[in-house]
Design a protein around this ligand. Sequence first.
Ligand SMILES: *Cc1c(COP(=O)(O)O)cnc(C)c1O
Length: 382
Amino acid sequence: MKKTNKLGVNTICTHVGEIKDEQFKGAISPIYMSTSYQFYDVDVKRYPRYFNTPNQEALCKKIAALEKTEAGLIFGSGMAAISTTMLAFLQKGDHVVLQETLYGGTYNFVVEEFDKFGIEYSFTKSLKIEDFKTEVKENTKVIFIETPSNPLLKIVDLNAVSELAKANGIITMIDNTFASPINQTPVDFGIDIMIHSATKYMGGHSDILAGAVAASEIHVERIWNLAKNLGGSLSDFTVWMLERSMKTMSLRVKHQSENALKMATYLEGNSKIAKVYYPGLTSHEDHELAKKQMKAFGGMLSFELVEGIDAMDFQRNLLLIKPSMSLAGVESTLLSPSQTSHALLSPEEREKQGIKDGLIRFSVGIEEVEDLIADIEQALEK
Ligand SMILES: *Cc1c(COP(=O)(O)O)cnc(C)c1O
């Protein structure tokens, strides 16, 4: 295959990293489930937990090509990717700056585990770059961001964060799950390491749990050195399923982003909706920044119901859209952050973060948007 960075995104999704079936000339990658490979007369000693089976290596190429990096790694979950990557770059006495709002699992990993490793951490007061600057210390080794953020879809300035980091010799990591590499390639803005819950847009069908990392060879090698010890690799069958899913990722995400923009526009004009959070709306506080660093604005949005409409009643009345956890499937799903991701916070803390009881996070699927709107209309009527 010729140089992958010349190929268009749908071609990368479909073809990069595919394994040629030399034996039977089949059109798709064969699946290699072996956990035992010959040890002599081979270039590589292969073993699934070394992250180097044929299917793992092949899919890493697709992920790296999509994120425009030299290398990639695939993990058993998004959290395996996040935890391994952070621990690969942080040791006793180091400090990490984390943005104010992070995926709940990432937040828990930091506050529950870092003390025992002697790793210091600070969360920023807001997503503004000044608040990142304030937290940087002499021993800061990593800045960790996640944009768009969950659930209010706030945007962090990628360029500003990478400049701040480079000026201080700090590594930058982004959880790029919400945007997916289709809508945002942070390496273009100087970010070092991209991390994904591949459970979401890469998988896209709510049936795969996986994680991914993309970065330079040097950074990926450092992550790999720890990854093989921690053992968070993904089964080759699921790797193969993920390759299959990723062939349609660009088609799915593009359509989801279009649907989400239409949905956000509709919701903004509905008198029963108090507020809509979507970076693609001109009313969004970070719209200009989002336009600079995102190709489209993604399939995730949030909205608040007006007082007097109960969020749980509304969700129970839906017929098509599924009130369920997780996100990014081809089917539309929604949930109440106050009942799920932010349930453990006190009502005061939720209020402070802008998470009202009437707030609903919406993962827009690939259905016809007219049908989704009709479902919302009938649920609001009841
Ligand atoms: C789901 C998710 C994760 C965690 O991924 P798992 O695959 O569930 O381990 C991390 N970050 C974001 C933004 C997510 O949505």
